[in-house]
Design a protein. Structure first.
Lengths: 209, 166
């Protein structure tokens, strides 16, 4: 019997809600023979036993080994990642008062922190002196304190930030992700890489030996 | 006159756009807010945090550029908003609370920013590799935090000594 080819696309990072981790949670599986695909998807890869153990790294070779044990005579092609980080999350982690407190906390840091930063920046560059000098250069007389410069500067600042962050009042201006969303993904990717590397170094990866 | 005003307007707008670009590129590239959101597992609300960043900047801009109009404490005391005679006391409490909140969150932000910049330049990894230590990174970080706190307290110590902390 000629071996069917099972295509496997392993994910980098998956979150599971239950204790049991199946292959279909960790990777996309395709096979021309749908029986084999279904059988492969239903393979139970791991069971989170204790409550403390929250994450586990799997090498893709172990997954391939499991597939070939379950369905002999198949060839497995992995098109995805070579290590899979599985995280066990609590179902009720994403709601409740604690969550709200955290959101308020981070929002407060963002608000007061940036307010402080821009004030410190204005203080550093001595913004009123700069504006006074520009006003005097152009108009030929001392600034009366507040001029059109201050107003347009504030408007320009607002426009700059809104263009930079690409959204206003919850609505996107263009379809691109905002810079913080991009940074968020970069940060998540870095964390996943670090976790997988650490698990590898400590020998905690579940893989074929 | 009108042309000069127009020119000033254009100059001011471009000042603003580029100041925003400069300051916020630094803030974003050190990746502070994503890190907070990631630590707290609230990454779904990134939009809200960006709103907070925008509003915070505008508030800070208003308070520092339009300094004379931004004195809302003065305004409240002068107009006796909480009733005659009691306004000073009530506003003293509210104002102190506001200042405490502002100081605390601004402090957290600046502390994180300082270390984030140090980390972006890879100071810690390079040092730990050069002097070859493998353990005690936690102690090093703790020492850094304590050093920052000590430096900050020392910096303000004279004013506290002279004015009794108020």
């Amino acid at each position: 019997m000629a071996g069917e080819v099972v295509y496997l696309k392993a994910e980098r990072n998956v979150e599971v809600m239950q204790d049991d981790v199946f292959l279909k949670d960790m990777a996309k599986v395709y096979c021309a023979d749908s029986h084999i695909a279904a059988k492969a998807k239903a393979i139970k890869v791991h069971r989170f036993s204790s409550e403390e153990q929250k994450r586990q790294v799997f090498g893709v070779l172990r997954l391939i080994e499991m597939i070939q044990q379950a369905c002999p005579n198949v060839t497995v092609e992995n098109l995805g990642e070579t290590d899979v980080l599985v995280e066990r999350v609590d179902v009720n982690r994403h709601k409740g008062a604690v969550q709200l407190c955290k959101i308020v906390f981070v929002a407060c840091i963002s608000f007061f922190g940036t307010a402080f930063t821009i004030m410190a920046f204005h203080n550093d560059v001595g913004i009123s002196k700069v504006f006074g000098k520009v006003y005097e250069l152009v108009m030929g007389q001392p600034s009366p304190g507040y001029s059109i410069l201050e107003f347009t500067y504030s408007i320009g600042l607002a426009v700059g930030i809104i263009v930079f962050f690409n959204h206003i009042g919850g609505r996107r201006i263009t379809k691109d992700p905002t810079p913080i969303e991009v940074e968020m993904r970069v940060y998540e990717k870095d964390v996943n890489d670090a976790l997988i590397e650490t698990a590898d170094r400590e020998g905690k990866t579940i893989d074929v030996s | 006159m009108f042309l000069k005003q127009l020119f000033l307007g254009i100059v001011g707008t471009s000042f603003g756009v580029f100041a925003a670009g400069g300051v916020f590129t630094v803030l974003i590239s050190v990746g502070l807010i994503p890190r907070f959101a990631g630590k707290m597992h609230v990454s779904k609300k990134v939009f809200l945090f960006e709103e907070a960043v925008v509003l915070g900047t505008l508030a800070g801009d208003f308070l520092s550029v339009f300094e004379r109009h931004g004195r809302f404490g003065d305004f409240i005391i002068k107009n006796q908003i909480f009733g005659k005679g009691r306004t000073e006391e009530i506003w003293y409490i509210i104002g102190t609370a506001l200042i405490v909140v502002f100081g605390l969150f601004a402090g957290i932000f600046v502390g994180c920013l300082a270390l984030a910049i140090a980390e972006m330049l890879d100071t810690i990894p390079i040092f730990s590799r050069r002097i070859g230590f493998r353990h005690g990174l936690g102690i090093a970080v703790l020492a850094m935090a304590l050093g920052k706190a000590a430096g900050s307290i020392l910096y303000f110590a004279k004013a506290v000594y002279l004015h009794g902390g108020m």
